[in-house]
Design a binder for this molecule. Structure first.
Ligand SMILES: Nc1ncnc2c1ncn2[C@@H]1O[C@H](COP(=O)(O)OP(=O)(O)OP(=O)(O)O)[C@@H](O)[C@H]1O
Ligand SMILES: [Mg+2]
Length: 215
């Protein structure tokens, strides 16, 4: 029913972390690294990554921070996520591509769960409904102090600033959330120190992918 495929040939890698941690920068680097090793790579992002999901993204990332409550946000994220998986991720994995996503479900747990206080059991139930048993093969959590991330993000500020405008305590809870997610699921997750240069972080990510997936 969900389209989850035990027979997937490709690999699904997700990059997670707070604002300005370097996810978008590192996705481009990881793509090049994997292509050099002979893989066909699809890079994508959440919320979004499929036409219908990008429409939902606009609802989520634009407008004032208090536009939605946490449960509505979670429902919108999982609606977009299901569409992203069904239209983009699962077909690519079936073809044997390596799919690298800029954010995935851990961001919902960190932002709506830890950040906004939405019951994590409810988020797990939504995951089961929208995604089923499917999980990333590897999740890289880019770790950086909150201030560094926010100042990096502010330097390239666009119109997608909903979370950046929230108070410091919110970002602290999100940061703690990612930390706890990594500890709770160490086989899937790996925390990457993202405080160094772009090259240093890219090297750490490449080493993690080789160690965990054989790349
Ligand atoms: N290691 C680094 N050192 C210094 N600046 C960096 C580093 N990595 C990325 N940047 C810069 O910081 C800014 C934010 O990086 P990027 O957009 O990749 O982060 P992000 O995690 O995708 O952020 P967001 O969650 O807001 O999408 C960019 O201007 C980028 O060029
Ligand atoms: Mg980004």
């Amino acid at each position: 029913m969900t389209g989850a495929q035990g027979a997937a040939k490709g690999r699904f890698i997700t990059l997670e972390g707070g604002e300005g941690a370097g996810k978008s920068t590192q996705i481009a680097r990881l793509r090049t690294f994997l292509e050099e090793r002979g893989h066909k790579v699809l890079t994508t992002r959440e919320p979004g990554g499929a036409p219908g999901a990008e429409m939902v993204r606009k609802l989520l990332v634009e407008g004032p921070a208090e536009r939605w409550d946490g449960i509505t946000e979670a429902l919108l994220h999982f609606a977009a996520r299901r569409e992203h998986l069904r239209s983009t991720v699962w077909p690519a994995l079936e073809r044997g591509d390596w799919v690298v996503s800029d954010r995935f479900a851990d961001s919902t747990v960190a932002y709506q769960g830890y950040g906004h206080g939405i019951d994590r059991k409810l988020l797990a139930d939504l995951y089961a409904i929208a995604v089923g048993d499917f999980r990333p093969d590897l999740t890289l959590i880019l770790d950086i102090p909150i201030e560094v991330g926010l100042s990096r993000a502010a330097a390239r500020r666009g119109n997608e600033t909903r979370y950046e405008s929230l108070p410091r305590e919110f970002h602290e809870r999100v940061h703690q959330g990612f930390h706890e997610i990594a500890i709770a699921d160490p086989r899937r997750c790996m925390t990457i120190d993202a405080t160094g240069s772009i090259d240093q972080t890219a090297a750490a990510i490449a080493a993690a992918v080789v160690a965990r997936l054989g790349a």
